[in-house]
Design a binder for this molecule. Structure first.
Ligand code: SAH
Ligand code: SF4
Ligand code: F3S
Length: 486
């Protein structure tokens, strides 16, 4: 069914020609969808379900971009004609959620003969997972991984072809171990018209001993600064005022570029883009947070007053076991330096409880950092053993009841501090980006402050996407109720 002439023109042309190749498959799939719509006398629908981090959320926008280009109508309902799960595997419960959905989908699919189910994302990079799905969830049509997501249109077309040939029970599987490619210029559909995530790098080289991400996302690759800037310029021309620069460790941006560049250097360039009002980034690894970056943050008018700086543990001994390359003292010193340069900055963090060998003393070190730093908020996680990581084979795993007790104590401390810290802005008037209608009260909208806190206030939909001034009247723990002042 392939147009061999067109395909041979693209053979051996490498990644530069990849977008054209994918647009070719989009066109083929579009013809099929148009035909199906006519035959069925209705729209063909698609649904993307996302698990995991901001990187996955951004990947899902790429999936939506391609699905819309093909002619699917996007809905948020897993009875759609095409359902794709973009999966996460950072902790065991992320995997369990996916299996839960898949089990339920078997019945749903029996009712719709045109339905196709696909799986992609980090969990698919694990061979045991793919094996399990192949044998126990045979209603899945397509599986691909994190490295070939740019081939989605082609894979989808192959699935359509084989379902047309009556091979409905076969699962098409295409998972790559790693890649050094970055494919630019494929369609992408932003979830919000006024803000967007921008990948600046892919993969991770840090191998923190508990973490599966380097195994499922591959080696670190930075995008060329000119591609990043061009993408942001296009987004801004299209109405975007806030960008979130994405990478597992943005502080090591640019090291592997042909002309190396630091993350601070990249920020300086992005700051110059006219019409862009706010810059966020995530995630920062404490070991690579440079003085240059702190300086840029201190001087910037656009970088938001928020830094997510994962601590993981307050015990220098555990940090070493975790392969984090900093000590408790390093972390505390870093926080002091950042606060000296940006006094009003909001600091948030990630903490893992129950890493193998964690003693009560180690845990108290973590509590000590929490009390000293007084984070604006902290995501707390129970250690989850991930097959293939160094920590998974450490023999001193902490009993579940001990972990649970520590987790509850940590959560209480974190929440008490955070509601206290958050209330410090009461009475101030701040600039917020209005993001959405309030889900509980139709007369209200929700805006995000530079420091990432939310404020709900009376206002109409027309404010959505605009930066406005709001007085913070009352703190409700983790958010504010305010009044529009302009
Ligand atoms: N690149 C980011 C983290 C990405 S994963 C960074 O280095 O900060 C997000 C968070 O999940 C991590 O910060 C860590 O706190 C948590 N996490 C990762 N692996 C985990 C595991 N095996 N068990 C529990 N939490 C884990
Ligand atoms: Fe995982 Fe560490 Fe890489 Fe973050 S820096 S993704 S925690 S290995
Ligand atoms: Fe999960 Fe993959 Fe992100 S494992 S946290 S979706 S990089």
């Amino acid at each position: 069914m392939e147009d061999t002439n067109f395909m041979s023109q693209l053979e051996g042309q490498g990644p530069v020609r990849e977008p054209q190749r994918q647009y070719y498959f989009m066109a083929k799939a579009r013809d099929y969808i148009t035909q199906m719509k006519q035959t069925l006398g209705r729209d063909m629908t698609a649904c993307v379900v996302t698990f995991g981090c901001q990187m996955n959320a951004r990947d899902s926008e790429k999936l939506v971009g391609i699905l819309e280009n093909i002619g699917y109508t996007m809905i948020e309902d897993e009875t759609a004609d095409f359902v794709i799960y973009n999966t996460c595997t950072v902790r065991e419960n992320a995997n369990l959620k996916v299996y839960g959905h898949l089990g339920y989908m078997k019945k749903v699919k029996e009712k719709n003969p045109h339905m196709m189910i696909a799986l992609c994302g980090c969990m698919m990079q694990e061979p045991e997972v793919v094996e399990k799905i192949k044998t126990s969830y045979r209603h899945v049509n397509l599986i691909f991984g994190t490295h070939n997501i740019y081939k989605f249109a082609e894979l989808l077309w192959r699935c359509i072809e084989s379902s047309e040939d009556g091979q409905k029970s076969r699962t098409l599987i295409d998972v790559w171990k790693d890649t050094d490619q970055i494919v630019e210029d494929l369609p992408v559909e932003r979830k919000y018209p006024f803000k967007t995530g921008i990948n600046i790098m892919f993969g991770c080289n840090n191998f923190c001993s508990y973490c599966i991400v380097p195994y499922v996302r591959g080696r670190e690759r930075s995008r060329a600064p000119e591609d990043i800037i061009a993408e942001i310029r296009r987004a801004v021309a299209d109405g975007v005022v806030e960008v979130m620069l994405l990478g597992q460790n943005v502080n090591s941006y640019g090291k592997n570029l042909e002309h190396p560049m630091t993350f601070a250097g990249l920020l300086r360039e992005i700051e110059k883009i006219d019409g862009l009002e706010r810059i966020r980034f995530m995630t920062s690894h404490p070991k690579d947070l440079s003085d240059e970056l702190i300086e840029v943050m201190g001087e910037s008018k656009k970088i938001c007053r928020h830094l997510h700086l994962p601590l993981q543990s307050g015990s220098s001994r555990i940090l070493k076991e975790m392969n984090r390359h900093y000590t408790k003292e390093d972390y505390l010193k870093l926080v002091d330096k950042i606060r000296a340069a940006c006094p009003d900055i909001s600091l948030t963090t990630d903490i893992i409880v129950g890493f193998p060998g964690e003693t009560e003393e180690d845990f108290l070190e973590t509590m000590d950092v929490v009390e000293k730093v007084r984070f604006d908020s902290a995501y707390t996680f129970i250690y989850s053993k991930r097959t293939g990581t160094k920590a998974a084979v450490m023999d001193n795993q902490v009993p579940q009841d001990v972990i649970k007790d520590r987790f509850d104590r940590l959560l209480k401390a974190v929440q008490d501090i955070s509601s206290d810290v958050c209330s410090r802005y009461t009475g101030e008037t701040v600039e917020v980006l209005v993001e959405e209608k309030n889900s509980h009260d139709a007369g209200m909208v929700t805006g995000r402050m530079s420091n990432n806190l939310l404020v709900h206030f009376e206002g109409s939909d027309e404010l959505i996407g605009r930066l406005v001034k709001v007085r913070l009247d009352m703190c409700k723990g983790f958010y504010y109720i305010g009044t529009l002042t302009e």
